[in-house]
Ligand binder design. Structure first.
Ligand code: ZN
Length: 331
């Protein structure tokens, strides 16, 4: 079994990776307004409100048929993530990252945090990019802003990441970016002619997940994330097991709701960790399910040539963040 999946892993033509973002490289903007009340226990859970901003490239750089496919399935993917969130009474997307002093390791930097997409509200007296008062219209009545762009990258199917967070929270993201490779969209259109739109829909759900909650950097910010997202070696996690490969890097998550679902799914009440991909490049390792461990899950690190599905385990992980309440009847 293991050999078969390993083979498929290499046969799959391309890997869906996502961007690396490192919060520690950003200096939070000094806030002059009162931060949200951290004791959020009593705040109501309400349906999330998304706003999608399409870059010109989505209309100018690909055929109309692909623009339509992309928009249709992105809308469908967001509908799947029709989760509930807790929000402040007077909510707007507050700019939480200081671009001028940050290292540009984040794909969002020049795109979203530039003055071109000037939808952030800024702290009083802030003079950084995107905080110009003139003609400034901040987005209100929205919980999460999506920025969608098409790129000329032939290496990557698609990529996504979170770009900004709600101040006063454990890095709860509120802006995300999704990039699509032009070549990839062409291939998808051909595949869709043969087998329908499920594959594209799945890839979109995969990418949306990365920017909402499914990423090693975000897991570190989950409650008790420093303990429940582990990078170690296999020999340390399973010392009782002998054999080759025991010195390999081991990534695992043990967030309570997701672990409970995985134990049920695998019929293994003693399971300690959901294994996370330990191979692949930056962005693949550490931020996907291990393809041997959950081969049929949408959040594996590649795009296999067989059907995969979104599971209760992943929805439960979404809840483990503390940021969302999900409807399990969707899977
Ligand atoms: Zn991915």
């Amino acid at each position: 079994m293991r050999t078969i999946f390993l083979l498929l892993f290499f046969v799959a033509t391309s890997t869906a990776s996502e961007f690396i973002f490192k919060w520690e490289n950003y200096k939070p903007v000094k806030m002059t307004r009162k931060l949200p009340d951290k004791s959020s226990e009593e705040r109501k859970w309400e349906p999330i409100r998304y706003r999608v901003l399409y870059d010109d490239s989505v209309f100018d750089d690909i055929p109309v048929s692909q623009t339509k496919l992309l928009q249709k399935n992105f809308k469908r993917a967001l509908k799947f993530f029709d989760v509930k969130v807790q929000r402040e009474e007077e909510f707007s997307i507050y700019k939480s990252l200081n671009v001028n002093t940050s290292k540009y390791e984040n794909m969002c930097d020049e795109q979203i945090l530039s003055s071109k997409y000037d939808f952030f509200e800024c702290a009083e007296g802030t003079e950084e990019k995107g905080c110009d008062d003139e003609g400034h219209e901040t987005l209100k009545d929205v919980d999460y802003v999506w920025f969608v762009k098409v790129e000329d990258n032939n290496q990557r199917i698609a990529g996504a990441g979170a770009c900004n967070y709600v101040p006063g929270t454990n890095y709860k993201p509120n802006v995300g970016m999704i990039l699509f490779g032009k070549k990839f969209l062409m291939e998808k259109e051909e595949r869709i002619t043969r087998e329908g739109e499920e594959n594209l829909y799945n890839i979109l759900r995969h990418e949306v997940s990365h920017a909402l909650f499914f990423h090693g950097e975000l897991w570190k910010a989950f409650p008790d994330g420093q303990n429940l997202y582990k990078k170690t070696t296999r020999s340390i996690v399973y010392p009782e097991t002998l054999g080759s490969g025991m010195n390999e890097t081991f990534y695992g998550i043990a967030f309570p709701k997701a672990l409970e679902e995985a134990r049920k799914y695998l019929d293994c009440p003693d399971l300690q960790y959901i294994e996370i991909e330990n191979t692949g490049g930056q962005g693949t390792a550490g931020s996907h399910y291990d393809a041997d461990f959950l081969p049929y899950e949408t959040m594996r690190g590649d795009d296999p040539p067989f059907r995969i599905a979104y599971s209760r385990i992943t929805l439960a992980l979404m809840e483990d963040s503390g940021w969302y309440k999900v409807d399990y009847s969707y899977v």
